[in-house]
Design a protein around this ligand. Structure first.
Ligand code: PEP
Length: 255
């Protein structure tokens, strides 16, 4: 059965690995209780905890994803983590193109498309983040920015529908100015963007399964408003998802 609301929790580097394991074990039963036939939860811990957290939630309805991946297959790439490792550990999702990794590692849209390609080669569902900077929003360039971010992905998809057959593509629209700022876009702005995204992806509906998510300062107060925006079928949540009580409220409002 297709679940109709997906909630991705991005733990970023807020906790150290010991704290991440503690957070997962202390809240284990409550995490399990949060999943039901309507919603899907994907937790994205740091690389160091990925395998352990995946083991903790093995055989449950909680899914685990990575926060990033290497463009490279393997070899002399110090400090990088391969998609093949995710595949061997049974990790089913990976975030790519998060604005924080774009900024930190000066990633281009082509780099991100290469990661996309690598993930689908190994049967891992991409969680692709896209979004504009504040200056781009002010200049009325949001859809141009999103088009540039998506074009190389569409090109890869054109030749890879067979690989996407068994995967889910998650597209998280995350305005950079909203991430961590406590500010979210207004209703008209979101409706316009999500209807544009929906139009862009719905033409591929017979070829891929896709989910559109919103990310940027989602919290217990704004979850209901955001959930009611047409074509938003999930959230990508950073900070608020590490306070379990707040996360629980978001998930419950989000259903
Ligand atoms: C994010 O990490 O993608 C994010 C949306 O963060 P926050 O919820 O803290 O704004």
């Amino acid at each position: 059965m297709k679940k109709n609301f997906t909630i991705i929790s991005n733990w970023k580097m807020y906790l150290d690995t010991i704290e991440e394991l503690k957070f997962a074990t202390i809240n284990y039963d409550n995490f399990i209780k949060l999943t039901n036939s309507e919603n899907k939860i994907i937790l994205c811990p740091s690389f160091l905890s990925l395998n352990s957290i995946n083991q903790i939630f093995k055989s449950t309805d909680i899914f685990i994803g990575a926060q990033n991946c290497s463009t490279h297959l393997n070899g002399n790439f110090t400090g990088q983590i391969s998609v093949e490792s995710f595949n061997k550990l049974g990790i089913k999702y990976s975030i790519i193109g998060h604005s924080e990794t774009r900024r930190e590692f000066k990633e281009s849209n082509i780099d991100i498309a290469n990661k996309f390609s690598r993930l689908i080669d190994f049967g891992i569902s991409p969680i692709l983040c896209i979004g504009e900077e504040l200056e781009e929003k002010k200049a009325g360039k949001t859809l141009d920015v999103l088009t540039k971010q998506l074009d190389p992905i569409f090109k890869i998809m054109e030749n890879s529908y067979n690989k996407l057959n068994h995967l889910e593509l998650l597209i998280a629209y995350e305005p950079v100015w909203s991430i961590g700022s406590g500010i979210i876009p207004d209703q008209d702005y979101l409706e316009n963007i999500f209807s544009w995204l929906h139009k862009n992806f719905s033409g591929l509906r017979n070829k891929i399964v896709f989910t559109l998510l919103y990310g940027g300062s989602v919290n217990a107060e704004n979850a209901k408003f955001l959930k009611n925006i047409k074509n938003i079928n999930g959230f990508l949540i950073g900070k608020s998802s590490l306070d379990f009580q707040e996360f629980e409220k978001i998930v419950k409002y989000g259903i």
